[in-house]
Every structure is written in structure tokens, then in C-alpha cells.
Design a binder for this molecule. Structure first.
Ligand code: NCD
Length: 304
């Protein structure tokens, strides 16, 4: 990887993505070969927003490479509560760790924080902005299940506030894919993302209805409505509960349709989908460990 900091999927070339994915595949095939690779390395975890998968899989990844974590813990128990700035917090914690993982509610926060530190800083979600490591595991999952070129990918749900969507959409422009975006008008892609996709020459189609494109899809990536980002709860309620799928919805799809979701889900995928051959979202979450091991391996290699 050419970049010390991993801030946005926009910085990732096809070569960058494939080198992480190839290494992740190697790791998944023989994790023990990497068990002492970064003995004693420490990963600083700074999570200013809730997280289960991202935080725990980063933690598992560094431990499986022989390292450990230093965790800022809940915001309420840290000096952030005393009014410490993000810039000061990262400058302090870079002295305790070999790389940092930051999740923060403000868009742009990871880019700003990276300007203050020399160790690699990984954006684990900056508000409604970007979530590039989720994208790496998403693309790994797509590649393992459906290959990567000549694909039709449906991306459905909260396209406005969903940072996993913004990152995935950018990264997919490196591959021969058609992206079908499905959402209510009020949650359509932000203009800036649409503009970037256009500049990249991406094949993009936007829809308000899943039904008529579902039979053409190879992958359906479902997302949660990002309730916490709505300025007004009534706006959330107006769209909540739309764009759900269940086993019945998938009745007429291709046998090999791959259904993904970054998780957590609320009600957008009914539990009767879990036992169908289409469901890949738990596998997708598990892929977070080898993919984050591969990324950390590359970033820490650069540090030595
Ligand atoms: C996502 C996130 O935090 O953006 N979760 C994750 O990291 N897997 C998706 C979400 O919260 O809806």
C-alpha cells in the first residue's frame, strides 16, 4: 500500500485493493503463518461512536498478528469529556501505538486527525463520510462469491448518510461493474458522490424501486437507515421500514444472487433470508478479520 493513512476509498487504486485482498486470501488459508508477524505491535483504538464489528475485528486482527491494542475506551471515560480536542487526543495516543484506528461522528475528522500524526491512521467511519476498511471486506466478499468484473450490483437503503455506501461506490469504479442505487428520493446519493462517480466514468443507475431490477443483479447490498444522522426524527420515521427484503422478495431471483449487508441490521433483511443460499452477511462480517490483518500487515510493514 502506497499510503500511510487510510482515509477514503477514493485513494485506493485497483492495485491497492487487489494487493490487500490477495494477502487476505493468503491469511485466511493459513492464519498461523502470520501469527508472529507483528509481535508486540500496538494498535490504538479511538472510537467516538458505537461499534461492534469494526472495533472487535480490528482488535482480533492485530492480536492474530502477534500484537495488541491500546483502547481509549468509551468517550465518557476519557479526557474528551474534559474538553480535549481530537487533534490533541491523537497526538498523545500516537506515542502509545504503532497505528491508530479512528471512528468519529464528524465527516472529515479522520483526514484532519491524520494531519497531526506520523503513525498510520485508519478511518473506521467519519460521520456520513467514508468507511474504507468496510469496503475492503465488502469487495473481498464480492470477489470470493461472485468474482469482480462484469457485475451488476444493487446498493439499497440509506444512500445519503451511509458511509459504507459512499466508500463502496467509489471503490467499485475500479472494476467493470454497473451500480444500481435503490432508495427513496429523500435518501438518494449525495450530489458529491454522484459527481465523483460520473467523473470516474462509472456505470450508474438510480431507482426508487427494487422489484424491476432485482432479477438482473449479481449482488444486492442492503443497508440500514442511519437513524442517528437524521437532523429530525420525523424525517426518519417517514422513511423507516421501507426497502425491506424477505425470503419472498427473493423468490424470483437468480440462484446465485449474493445478499450482503455491512450490519448491524434493524428490519431491512427479515430473518427468513438468513437460511437461504443468498445470505452472505455473516460471512462478510467474519471476513473483516483476514482483511484487516492484511491491511495492518501492509501498513506495519511500511513502518519497520
Ligand atoms: C456500518 C457503519 O458503522 O457505518 N457498520 C459497520 O461498520 N459494519 C454500517 C451501519 O452502522 O449501518
Amino acid at each position: 500500500m502506497r499510503h500511510d493513512h487510510v482515509i477514503s476509498a477514493k485513494q485506493l487504486t485497483r492495485g491497492d485493493i487487489e494487493s490487500v485482498l490477495d494477502r487476505a486470501r493468503d491469511i485466511a488459508a493459513d492464519p498461523s503463518a502470520y501469527a508472529s508477524r507483528h509481535d508486540g505491535a500496538l494498535l490504538g483504538l479511538l472510537f467516538f461512536e458505537p461499534s461492534t464489528r469494526t472495533k472487535m475485528s480490528f482488535s482480533a486482527a492485530i492480536k492474530r498478528l502477534g500484537g495488541g491494542v491500546v483502547d481509549m475506551g468509551p468517550v465518557d471515560a476519557s479526557s474528551v469529556k474534559k474538553g480535549e480536542s481530537l487533534a490533541d487526543t491523537v497526538r498523545v495516543i500516537e506515542g502509545y501505538a504503532d497505528a491508530l484506528v479512528l471512528r468519529h461522528p464528524s465527516e472529515g475528522s479522520a483526514k484532519m486527525a491524520a494531519e497531526y500524526v506520523d503513525v498510520p491512521l485508519i478511518n473506521a467511519g467519519d460521520g456520513a463520510g467514508q468507511h474504507p476498511t468496510q469496503t475492503l471486506l465488502d469487495i473481498y466478499t464480492i470477489r470470493e462469491n461472485a468474482g469482480l468484473d462484469d457485475l451488476s450490483i444493487g446498493i439499497m437503503g440509506d444512500l445519503k448518510y451511509g458511509r459504507t455506501v459512499h466508500s463502496l461506490a467509489h471503490a467499485l469504479t475500479n472494476f467493470e461493474t454497473t451500480q444500481h442505487f435503490v432508495s427513496p428520493d429523500t435518501l438518494a446519493l449525495p450530489r458529491s458522490v454522484r459527481y465523483d462517480l460520473h467523473e470516474e466514468g462509472a456505470s450508474v443507475k438510480e431507482h426508487t424501486d427494487l422489484e424491476h431490477i432485482l432479477p438482473d443483479l449479481d449482488v444486492l447490498y442492503v443497508t440500514r437507515i442511519q437513524r442517528e444522522r437524521f437532523p429530525d426524527e420525523s424525517e426518519y420515521r417517514a422513511v423507516a421500514g421501507q426497502y425491506q427484503i424477505d425470503a419472498g422478495t427473493l423468490g424470483a431471483v437468480a440462484d446465485d444472487l449474493v445478499v450482503m449487508h455491512p450490519l448491524p441490521r434493524v428490519d431491512e433483511i427479515a430473518s427468513d433470508v438468513d437460511n437461504t443460499d443468498h445470505a452472505r452477511y455473516f460471512q462478510q462480517a467474519h471476513n473483516g478479520v483476514p482483511v484487516r490483518m492484511a491491511l495492518l500487515d501492509q501498513l506495519l510493514e511500511g513502518e519497520q
